[in-house]
Design a binder for this molecule. Structure first.
Ligand code: CP3
Length: 318
């Protein structure tokens, strides 16, 4: 999950001088931000980048508007625009991300997790032009223009497959596929319009042998299908109790999750109690990666994050 960001004073300080995309595109700065949360004592580093980065060289320009999140200049509305999207080579178009990974790997003593957005989640940004509550435009295209949808998903899946492979080749020890908004779909729509593409990406990336984490939110009705699509680790949001999720996914897979990020807002004993509840549900079973159920909120007090990291470290020390 995201672990760097605005909840950390040292991140906010860097952001006073540099735009978010500049941080991502400058390997020395991305290196620095990746390392910032490690002072908390977490067990892995998460590459500092963003899931939207591959979309720009594909031909979809965007920026992060203050307080609004990402905004695309020309959202996709038709097949012609999809036809113009380039299936990029990450070694050329995203060389700066791969440089960051190589820089990190020189000195890092803990595993480095790379990541990419999944085809549906990326498609939703391209079509909606930014964040969305209903995903109405995405669904309208998905249902109403099947050929265009499948061409878009095919292109995105190929870029994501190449990008994750390139991150692993550069040194990432594990990679996470973020299908953050896939919970907007009913199971039948996931099966028909999304799952084949995720399956193709994950089958290819898992063949490298590195652990692959497969994450989404709002996925209570999709967990078995996400498992079938692939991933050595399934990421669980906070709405499904971890023990129920594990029974459904099967004990042959690892699980990541699933503390509610809002519980980190405090007070501190609320945060720690929620962390303990997650550990209790995991029951000490091997293959649990303690994490939040989604990204950390900017208003989170760092002391509460520290208290949760300490609690998890103390309870799981071997
Ligand atoms: O731990 C880390 O080093 C974080 C790296 C990271 C970022 N984005 C940097 C970032 C990761 C893993 C992401 C993934 C990402 N980006 C996802 C999938 C994860 C999830 O939360 O579902 C998504 C959907 C995005 C797209 C995105 N990027 C949005 C919607 C926003 C705006 C949200 C907001 O809080 O304003 C971003 C911006 C962004 N990407 C920030 C960071 C640290 C915060 C913005 C800032 O610094 O101004």
């Amino acid at each position: 999950m995201r672990q760097a960001g605005r909840y950390m004073p040292e991140y906010r300080k860097l952001r006073e001088k540099h735009a978010l995309l500049e941080l991502c595109r400058t390997p020395e700065l991305a290196l620095q931000v990746t390392l910032q949360p490690l002072r908390l004592g977490v067990d892995a580093a998460i590459l500092f980048a963003d899931i939207l980065l591959p979309l720009e060289p594909m031909g979809a320009r965007f920026d992060f508007a203050k307080g609004e999140g990402p905004v695309f200049y020309e959202p996709i509305t038709d097949r012609e625009q999809i036809g113009r999207l380039r299936v990029i080579e990450p070694e050329e178009s995203l060389a700066y991300v791969l440089s960051t990974i190589r820089l990190l790997k020189r000195d890092l003593r803990i595993p480095l997790i790379g990541f990419a957005g999944a085809p549906f989640t990326l498609a939703s940004y391209l079509i909606e032009g930014g964040k969305s509550a209903s995903f109405a435009k995405t669904k309208k295209l998905m249902w109403g223009a099947a050929d265009a949808w499948h061409e878009l998903m095919r292109k995105l899946a190929e870029v994501v497959r190449r990008y994750l492979r390139a991150q692993i080749a550069a040194g990432a020890d594990a990679v996470q596929l973020f299908d953050s908004w896939v919970g907007a779909l009913a199971p039948s729509d996931y099966a028909e319009h999304v799952q084949p593409y995720v399956r193709a990406v994950l089958a290819d990336v898992e063949a490298t042998g590195v652990p692959v984490l497969h994450f989404g939110t709002g996925t209570a009705t999709l967990l078995e299908m996400m498992r079938d699509a692939g991933g050595s680790v399934i990421g669980i949001d906070w709405c499904t109790p971890l023990d129920d999720a594990w029974r459904r996914v099967g004990f042959d897979r690892a699980l990541q999750g699933n503390m509610d990020p809002c519980a980190l807002l405090g007070p501190r004993d609320v945060a720690v109690r929620h962390a303990e509840r997650v550990l209790d549900a995991a029951g000490g079973r091997p293959g649990h990666i303690f994490n939040l159920g989604h990204g950390i909120l900017p208003e989170t007090p760092v002391e509460n994050v520290q208290a949760v990291v300490d609690c998890v470290a103390a309870r799981t020390a071997r």
